[in-house]
Design a protein. Structure first.
Length: 249
């Protein structure tokens, strides 16, 4: 039910975007509007500070995700366009490492899994060739601004073959609310009929802003020792590679 309410909250925004683009498209032939979707793989690059002795951190590997949303293009010339839209991003990333148990000095394996939902607004410059048969080739370069609307986490620690896990379905307190990105990519358009085109592109989305907030600010109530995460300054960026498929009119 929680995800249903979140999705319904996005519906007015998407409908308003579609109406504006549709009305403008009727008035200006140099405006294209469509819908895109993209599978993606994401990962995190940790940049922890103030790391104590016997504490390690690394990227937990690639994670699969998905993105979709309306897309619009302003055709400034036959070979130069501005591409934008509203991207609904479903991404995740994982961090992992080891630490020295503050209780008994043993080795503890830890893992942090983050599932994030962002609304991202890209503004990309698109440089394309003239039509070659039914095809046009293009390159993309620009920026993106993302705004978090949901986040989930699961933190695990394994010591002496015993795993303790804490999940949180409303964990925005561990994920920053804004994500800035630099985007670069390339692709191809296939003309279907008139101004209608099938578009495919591969885009690298490079995060520019810190995504992480510290797990703890103070020791848990009643704790008889200092948790290593209380002194660590958790920072990191997220990146992802997406394969876009869109149809534009």
């Amino acid at each position: 039910m929680k995800h249903t309410r979140t999705f319904s909250g996005l519906t007015p925004l998407l409908l308003a975007f579609a109406m504006i683009c549709s009305n403008y498209s009727n008035a200006q032939s140099k405006f294209r509007f469509g819908l895109k979707a993209a599978p993606l793989v994401s990962w995190a690059k940790p940049d922890f500070g103030n790391i104590p002795a016997d504490f390690t951190v690394e990227n937990g590997g690639l994670r699969f995700g998905f993105m979709w949303g309306p897309q619009a293009e302003i055709v400034l010339s036959e070979t130069f366009l501005v591409s934008t839209g509203i991207d609904i991003n479903y991404t995740s990333f994982k961090l992992q490492g080891t630490l020295k148990s503050p209780a008994n000095g043993g080795l503890v394996e830890w893992e942090q899994l983050y599932k994030t939902r962002f609304i991202e607004i890209p503004v990309l410059l698109k440089f394309r060739t003239k039509e070659i048969g039914y095809l046009r080739y293009f390159g993309l370069f620009g920026m993106g601004a993302g705004f978090r609307y949901n986040a989930e986490t699961e933190f695990k620690r394994t010591e002496l073959s015993v795993t303790n896990s804490v999940a949180n379905n409303e964990s925005g307190k561990y994920i920053n609310s804004f994500r800035g990105s630099l985007q670069i990519g390339a692709g191809v358009e296939y003309s279907l009929s008139g101004n209608t085109a099938l578009v495919g592109s591969l885009i690298f989305n490079n995060g520019l802003t810190n995504m992480l907030k510290n797990q703890f600010e103070t020791d848990p109530p009643g704790a008889s020792f200092t948790d290593p995460f209380n002194v660590v300054n958790e920072k990191g960026i997220t990146n992802y590679m997406q394969l876009n498929v869109a149809i534009l009119f």
